[in-house]
Design a binder for this molecule. Structure first.
Ligand code: FCB
Length: 440
């Protein structure tokens, strides 16, 4: 790598991230069915209809996986707690599930790894999906109860916690674009889900505060948005794209308001009395996490709200996902988030990384593309630190090749290669490069 620890502020946290459904193996340990299982079982939604039933079998191999994290020299591990494992029907605790996260937590501490939990990384129990899932206003209470159940058990040992990974994906991508479970394309469902996600987020924060917990934050995925041309129409389209993607959730949490241009479309579909919920939504946070991967280019298309198309195939080099590599967007977001939303609140990059068509040759995996990608993005962070952004850590997505949602097991994001037939782990060149960079 082109950096080492001394290029970053003292106590900067270097970590790696995963999520429960993507690695654990949901067939094990009494976990309940989730809306991802049924989404995947519906033809056309997921590549080869793959699910997280086995995934990386982390449920059984967690000790070796934690060893990989420790051996690389990472300070922290961002993992998630599956709602459907902790409460298979969404409301009734599963002792096996609680025991699993208890062991995992102690396993991190024994290895000197700081546990950074995300409560919800997308595996909604089917029993709650049957009741409308994120569209149902009761989900804030259900989520608060889940938060209490799991954090009452492991909260005393968490370094940090965030309630909901990527509200935009849970809300818009899943209810408006239909690309993730539950696969809806419905504006009313979208408006409700987006707002209820915010209320559930705030409820979880309040629940954890009541348990005496500290270092609580939010994790937002941001995609830098640029207009295709200088036309006024494209500028309007770009502003709308920026609003529903990047400003809705930050606005709710840090300003107590949603952007006006997005409410022109969502307003008529919002739940009753939504304006009264901001006291909960704005429950104070200790840090703000940004997940960043790419940019988008948008052009006006007034045929249908929200009046734009995302231009396919931008001109920049791309990852295996087809995502343009654009580290400048990360720099821009770090500066903009500080200036417009969070001020002096610590910022973290809670996800950044790339998918690459990695192959094992003679027992090793050479991934110079990922090393280059990470160098560019760490450099963007370093520039933002130099320009005054209070950034305190960076979590590489992901430790392992894993279940990449609708794209199944095809897209490899790991620092460690996983053979999905044998489940054998092979650290890639990028893993070894990071290990050298993190040496003390
Ligand atoms: C993010 C998700 C994560 C993974 C990466 C590639 O949106 O949080 O689970 O899928 O993208």
């Amino acid at each position: 790598m082109k950096f080492n620890r001394s290029d970053f502020p003292d106590n900067f946290l270097f970590g790696t991230a995963t999520s429960a459904y993507q690695i654990e193996g949901h067939a094990f340990g009494g976990a309940g069915q989730t809306h991802w299982d049924t989404f995947a079982a519906t033809p056309g939604n997921v590549v080869r209809a793959e699910t997280g039933a086995i995934a990386c079998d982390h449920y059984h191999r967690w000790q070796a996986d934690l060893d990989l994290i420790a051996n690389a020299g990472f300070d922290a591990y961002r993992f998630s707690t599956s709602w459907a494992r902790v409460m298979p029907d969404g409301v009734t605790p599963n002792p096996q599930g609680l025991d699993f996260y208890d062991r995992l937590t102690d396993g991190m501490l024994e290895r000197g790894i700081k546990p950074c939990a995300t409560l919800y990384h997308w595996e909604l129990p089917s029993a709650l999906a049957d009741k409308g899932g994120w569209q149902n206003p009761d989900i804030a209470k259900w989520f608060g109860d889940f938060t209490h159940c799991i954090m009452n058990r492991i909260g005393d040992r968490m370094h940090s916690v965030a309630p909901i990974n990527e509200p935009w994906c849970v809300g818009w991508l899943s209810h408006f674009e239909g690309a993730h479970a539950p696969g809806l394309r419905d504006i009313r469902a979208t408006a409700r889900a987006m707002h209820h996600i915010m209320v559930a987020h705030g409820t979880a924060i309040q629940t954890m505060r009541a348990l005496g917990m500290t270092n609580l934050g939010g994790v937002f995925n941001l995609e830098w948005s640029e207009p295709a041309t200088n036309s006024a129409a494209d500028a309007t389209a770009n502003a709308l794209s920026d609003s529903y993607y990047n400003r809705f959730f930050l606005g709710g949490v840090f300003k107590g308001a949603y952007p006006d241009n997005i409410m022109e479309g969502l307003g008529p579909h919002m739940p009753d009395h939504w304006q009264d919920d901001f006291a909960t939504i704005q429950a104070p946070l200790d840090w703000c996490g940004i997940n960043y991967y790419t940019r988008r280019i948008v052009r006006s298309n007034t045929a249908a709200w929200p009046s734009h198309d995302v231009v396919p195939n931008g001109p920049l080099p791309k990852t295996q996902m087809g995502w343009e590599i654009y580290p400048e967007g990360l720099y821009n977001f770090l500066m903009r988030t500080k200036q417009e939303y969070t001020g002096d609140l610590p910022l973290f990059i809670t996800e950044n990384g790339m998918a690459n068509a990695d192959v094992i040759e003679n027992g090793s995996v050479d991934d110079p593309e990922r090393i280059d990608f990470l160098n560019q993005h760490f450099d963007a962070v370093r520039r933002a630190v130099a320009d005054g952004a209070p950034i305190e850590g960076f979590f590489v997505w992901s430790l392992l090749d894993n279940y990449e949602w609708a794209l199944g097991y095809e897209k490899r994001f790991g620092l460690v290669h996983v053979d999905f037939e044998t489940l054998q782990r092979t650290p890639k060149a990028s893993y070894h490069a990071l290990k050298s960079a993190l040496e003390r």
